[in-house]
Ligand binder design. Structure first.
Ligand code: FAD
Length: 280
């Protein structure tokens, strides 16, 4: 497989840097071809602004969506963005690696998504009608490829459990897994999360490294998170609401968008549907 790892940590000697090296070594040992986009080392520009659209006339009002659409259609995106798009098209597997900062990804990585996910490439794709609402959520330019997150957290695993004060990790990562990766078509694997890493000792590092090696060895066989396909019949169009007969009665929240969320007993206990899916 061809693997693109997008790395978002400012310090190569960090724990994240060490885990990246572990992942790359394990992938290469499996015969996978690996490329890395090291955002800090490469001086990635994280904010979208006019400079991203040099062909926009100076007196034209800057509208990011329209500018992105036009630049993508006319091949006028900036070279750094085009390079990343080419890498995404090249890769069979995308890995986003980052420390959890304020319950999300570091700003530089969010900026990578905002700039690289151009209109016509990652969104605004496909037919919009009374039968389809674009090619997204399981369909789209990147369909047929896999993706996953490698995340480290200061907080404990319990803090991110279904009753933990930080909120369940599956919920916190849902906007990334579902909103950023599944949206343009990726099959999204359960994330690799290393919890409580501040002050990690050598034995703790080795345990995390071994878990990560195992995930890298099983990239091709790990079942993806079973998100519902937008155009698969589960959602009403155009409201895009889940059909009333699906999901457990009264259930709300992100887990509704998993196939199997209406199966009842298996998903209603301590473990979240994603944890149940990941354990399969
Ligand atoms: P580092 O600081 O580089 O290392 C962590 C520990 O691992 C160190 O003690 C280091 O000695 C040790 N270590 C063991 N082996 C190795 C090795 N081989 N190489 C390198 N180091 C090793 N946490 C949350 O849970 N939720 C949040 O919302 C959150 N928000 C944050 C916001 C900001 C702005 C910041 C700075 C931190 C936040 N944190 C949060 C904590 C953050 O997630 C952790 O600090 C981060 O995940 C640690 O990863 P690192 O690569 O920076 O680790």
């Amino acid at each position: 497989m061809k693997v693109l790892l997008v790395f978002a940590h400012p310090e190569p000697r960090s724990l994240n840097g060490a885990l990246r090296d572990v992942a790359m070594k394990a992938l290469e040992a499996q015969g996978h071809e690996v490329r890395v986009s090291d955002l800090y080392a490469g001086g990635w520009k994280s904010e979208i602004d006019r400079a991203d659209f040099p062909s926009l006339e100076t007196d034209t009002r800057f509208m990011p969506v329209a500018a992105s659409k036009r630049a993508f259609e006319t091949g006028a995106l900036t070279e750094d963005v085009k390079t990343e798009i080419d890498k995404l098209l090249w890769a069979d597997m995308l890995i986003l690696q980052f420390p959890l900062w304020w319950f999300s990804m570091p700003a530089i990585l969010k900026g990578w998504v905002e700039r690289v996910y151009a209109y016509g490439f990652a969104y605004g794709v496909g037919e919009h009608s009374d039968k389809r609402w674009g090619d997204r959520y399981g369909e789209g330019t990147l369909a047929g490829k896999r993706a996953m997150l490698i995340v480290t957290t200061g907080g404990w695993e319990e803090h991110y459990s279904t009753r933990g004060v930080n909120g369940p990790i599956d919920d916190l990562l849902f906007p990334i897994n579902h909103g950023i990766l599944y949206y343009p078509g990726y099959a999204v694997l359960p994330p690799f999360v290393a919890y409580r890493v501040d002050g990690l000792d050598e034995a703790g590092f080795e345990r995390a490294a071994e878990r990560l090696r195992e995930r890298m060895r099983t990239l091709e066989s790990t079942p993806p998170i079973p998100y519902r396909q937008q155009n698969g019949g589960d959602y009403l169009i155009p409201s895009m609401e889940l059909r009333p007969e699906l999901g457990e009665p009264g259930a709300t929240g992100f887990a509704l968008h998993l196939n199997g969320a209406d199966e009842g007993s298996e998903t209603s206990g301590q473990r979240s549907p994603l944890q149940v899916a990941a354990a399969r």
